[in-house]
Design a protein around this ligand. Structure first.
Ligand code: ADP
Ligand code: MG
Ligand code: MG
Length: 280
């Protein structure tokens, strides 16, 4: 067995965000990964109290170096990035991504910065993230993150399409905007750099379930990745992922942390319950 993917994101002792979420999902799909942790936090950053610390530049550098020196990355075909607590860690990752991209590795960047118009990372991270996404084959921002990356307001699907075209023009290939607020609904939008018969832009209307849930974005990215890796086309992979997410959210009582451990039986569901609307 060999490592097929490297995942660079946070670790929390309690809860299901970042790489903690990624480990559960990729394990479930039997995808072997190298998990590089950017934090060792007690919990996600929205809690009143936060314990633990961020990884230092030297830690990540030495992990990258030893991983390559031991050839643990020799069969790696994908790299996924998520939460970064500092711009220094993003900048080191950019160098590593550049190196791997030269070997033809697919780069999925979840540009975690904030939500609902508010940042939950330092402003410096936003500036570095703008550089990191330029190397991505696929990015999965929410509307707030798309605004940050494009410097454009995103209040509607049309705004989002314009913001996506700004990023496509800079080299970002495929963009899945995971949520744009639309009254009682959430709109997901997928925008391709170049539309073809197979890659046609589409949107999906998702009824908003009551509550605010953490870990949904991470679950989206890792589950979507698992399907794409199996060769499932993006529209079907998105449909399966959001169908599974609805089940997980409904299986979560109250709000906040999703009930991921008790929902693993839904992760590999091939149900495609949503109607995709293709755009002209
Ligand atoms: P992030 O945590 O990155 O902001 P999103 O809020 O965009 O992630 O959510 C990712 C996906 O999770 C959405 O595309 C949607 O399928 C699902 N989702 C999130 N919140 C809800 C909700 N309140 N009701 C229904 N689906 C949701
Ligand atoms: Mg959100
Ligand atoms: Mg997200």
């Amino acid at each position: 067995m060999s490592n097929e993917v490297m995942c660079i994101s946070s670790y929390v002792c309690s809860g299901f965000v970042g790489n903690r979420c990624g480990m559960i999902i990729l394990d479930h799909f039997q995808i072997q990964g190298i998990f590089v942790l950017t934090t060792h936090f007690s919990n996600h950053t929205q809690y009143k109290h936060l314990g633990g610390s961020c990884m230092l530049e030297a830690d990540i550098k030495s992990i990258f170096e030893a991983t390559s020196a031991n050839s643990l990355d020799k069969d790696m075909k994908y790299i996924i990035t998520g939460y970064f607590p500092s711009s220094a860690l993003v900048d080191i990752t950019i160098e590593k991504v550049k190196e791997y991209k030269q070997k033809g590795i697919f780069f999925l960047c979840d540009p975690i910065l904030g939500d609902d118009g508010r940042l939950y990372t330092k402003p410096e991270v936003k500036e570095s993230m703008k550089k990191l996404v330029l190397y991505a084959d696929l990015i999965t921002p929410n509307a707030t993150e798309l605004e940050c990356l494009s410097d454009q307001k995103v209040n509607s699907v049309n705004d989002a399409l314009q913001a996506c075209s700004v990023l496509h023009n800079k080299g970002v290939k495929t963009i899945i905007v995971t949520s744009i607020n639309d009254g009682d609904d959430i709109i997901l939008l997928c925008s391709f750099y170049k539309q073809t018969d197979v890659n046609k832009n589409f949107k999906v209307k998702i009824h908003r379930l009551k509550g605010f849930f953490t870990g949904v974005g991470d679950t989206f990215t890792y589950t979507l990745f698992a399907w794409i890796k199996q060769g499932v086309p993006i529209p079907n992979a998105v449909n399966r992922t959001i169908s599974t997410l609805q089940t997980i959210i409904k299986n979560t009582t109250g709000t906040d942390e999703i009930n991921l451990i008790h929902s693993t039986q839904f992760l590999k569901s091939t149900d495609e319950l949503f109607t995709l609307e293709y755009l002209n």
